[in-house]
Design a protein. Structure first.
Length: 280
């Protein structure tokens, strides 16, 4: 039987600003098991981003129990939480969060700097990860020199830098076109097939179909939690057909070469059918 890597009991989150009290999460109970691919959906204001921040140890709940691999998160110091975020959880964000002045390779290597990995090893691993995601020829490119899909692949490589067992992705396709979105989801599917635990926040139902389990939040409550027996699996997308630029003169010439012939055929046919009299 698979172990629960995340176990939540009675999790609440309330924000207080002076006299204003805003409850966001209400007594959430949830187990996420090793090797699951879980999507978390919900409308704006449902609490899914707050929920993801708590799962990723970026924020603490107001009350309740959160155990990560059986360890109570509330007892961890700030340094211990930083270690969890660096080594045990990999993060992927909608806006990529790449450092603009660092190359793709250096962005991927950055988490390994904090983990104390020697320079030669981290450069080699960063290059390997980027190459495995189809960016082997983009190592020295800055984020501004990459497409949105390429930047998100750099972000995924960075999330994998310290080989975490859990990947958390917050709207990872939110800034991508449909083809790049499927490319990114194929990467997550492959990571799931390797045995990693994937937790993904999305507002797109078609993206949620890639997950093995679908959770829906509304008003801070889990209102739906079901297995997905029809996972999308790996997808292929046809590249858009390239349009050919045609000058106005060329277009006019092409029209003249076709339309007069069509009209002439019509006239001749009517003349034949009506004894040579045309009504055109």
């Amino acid at each position: 039987m698979k172990q629960a890597v995340i176990s939540l009991e009675g999790i609440t989150k309330t924000y207080v600003n002076g006299k204003l009290v805003v409850p966001v999460l209400h007594g959430i109970d949830l187990n996420i098991y090793e090797g699951e691919f879980t999507s978390i959906m919900g409308p704006s204001g449902s609490g899914k981003s707050t929920f993801m921040n708590i799962l990723g140890c970026l924020d603490r709940p107001t009350s309740g129990s959160y155990k990560l691999d059986g360890e109570e998160v509330a007892t961890l110091s700030d340094d211990e939480l930083a270690f969890v975020r660096n080594k045990r959880i990999g993060f992927v964000f909608q806006s990529f969060n790449l450092l603009p002045k660092l190359t793709a390779q250096d962005n991927v290597a950055l988490p390994m700097v904090y983990a104390g990995v020697p320079k030669k090893e981290r450069k080699e691993r960063a290059a390997y990860l980027l190459d495995s995601l189809g960016l082997g020829e983009r190592l020295d490119h800055l984020p501004a020199e990459l497409s949105g899909g390429q930047r998100q692949r750099v972000a995924i490589a960075r999330a994998l830098a310290n080989d975490p067992s859990i990947i958390m992705a917050d709207e990872p396709t939110g800034n991508l076109d449909s083809k790049s979105s499927v490319d990114v989801m194929n990467i997550f599917t492959n990571l799931y097939n390797e045995g990693r635990t994937i937790i993904l926040v999305t507002h797109e139902p078609d993206i949620a179909t890639f997950a093995s389990r679908n959770i829906v939040l509304r008003d801070g409550y889990i209102v739906e939690d079901k297995q997905n027996p029809n996972m999308a699996g790996l997808q292929t997308v046809q590249a858009p057909t390239e349009s050919v630029a045609v000058s106005p003169a060329t277009a006019q010439k092409a029209v003249k070469s076709v339309i007069p012939k069509t009209v002439t055929e019509k006239v001749n046919t009517e003349q034949t059918n009506e004894g040579g009299t045309s009504h055109v």
